[in-house]
Design a protein around this ligand. Sequence first.
Ligand code: NAI
Length: 395
Amino acid sequence: MIIEPRTRGFICITSHPDGCEQNILNQINYIKSKDPVEKAKKVLVIGASTGFGMASRITSAFGSKAATIGVFFEKPPSEGRTASSGWYNTAAFEKEAHKEGLYAKSINGDAFSNEIKEKTIDLIKADLGQIDLLIYSLASPVRTHPKTGKRYKSTLKPIGDTFTNKTVDFHSGEVKEISIEPASGDDIENTITVMGGEDWQMWVNALKESGLLSEDFKTVAYSYIGPKLTEPVYRKGTIGRAKDDLEQTAFTITDSLKDVNGKAYVSVNKALVTQSSSAIPVIPLYISLLYKIMKAKGLQEGCIEQIYRLFDERLYETIVPTDAEGRIRIDDWEMREDVQAEVAELWKQATTENLLEIGDLEGYRDEFFNLFGFNFDEVDYDKDANEMVEIPGLV
Ligand code: NAI
């Protein structure tokens, strides 16, 4: 079928298998162009199909020759209807990994559930014995709690006061003011339940109880801080509370890993266009200004560059460099004073009329469509594409 992008709000409801493959090949080629990392050997990635999780899987496999198991929640294709992009990404990743003789299998289902945890544990037992690295890169708006069956929804709201600021509709380019009402009722607790550390801890406990964690095991989850500009809606908002909880959980997990000399880290990553970040108000305007400045300074990175730097310069150092709160920082270039000062200045000026010029709205849109396999020069979008792609190692 001929596949075109069809957007609804901040998501794209179609995705292109050949474009997703191109996206994955570009990331693999980047890793192959760098020095090997050669550290991780048996890796489980939760949230492995897109964004930082996929970049972590690619870095492990192609930078460190690791066997990888990926867990994610993606929509398979049906005749005449495309799969979600993470499905096609994974198919492309596995195809390339298998070509190089690397073990790669995947599990599609709800990572919050007991069933998917058990399935993953059985697979590790049968095929890998133990794992030495667990990457936790879930981003989800909902969680059904495995103990109670209750479904929780996360929110992206400020806490205390209504937050009013600029934002951009990145499709139309319109810069406008929005007001977001503060959290009420159980919004904070619910967001912590979905995006906080409880599920990460449950994964580690379940793997540990089954004896699947190797000596010197490491686990990493991803967090975000960002600038003052986005603080009310991000770091000091409901999602920020969940990230506080996730960051605290790293210490609890580390305490529970003493017998295997294991360690849990949170890595604070840079703001990037992903399916999750496009959904957060204000962030798309911030990202388009940030990209403009970081590109001009030669500092721009995507998920794959970020994760390579995490593996190469942080995670496997004898003493892992962290900030005062024990977090790994690969948002260091984003948070540089000169970068932030220039973004804050542009923020004051940004209007519908000047954003194309003073910000990188084109770059934003391009990356957004790339997430779904569109806008790649190498792909002929007028050609029939086969939407019925299978993931070879899907368990
Ligand atoms: P993403 O939307 O690209 O990836 C989310 C992944 O989670 C996908 O693989 C998806 O299939 C999987 N997933 C979602 N619900 C699931 C479920 N119930 N069961 C199994 N898998 C499920 O997101 P992104 O942006 O890569 O985020 C990953 C982590 O990185 C999040 O913790 C996020 O807060 C963090 N982060 C993101 C930044 C950004 O700017 N995008 C910046 C810093 C941190």
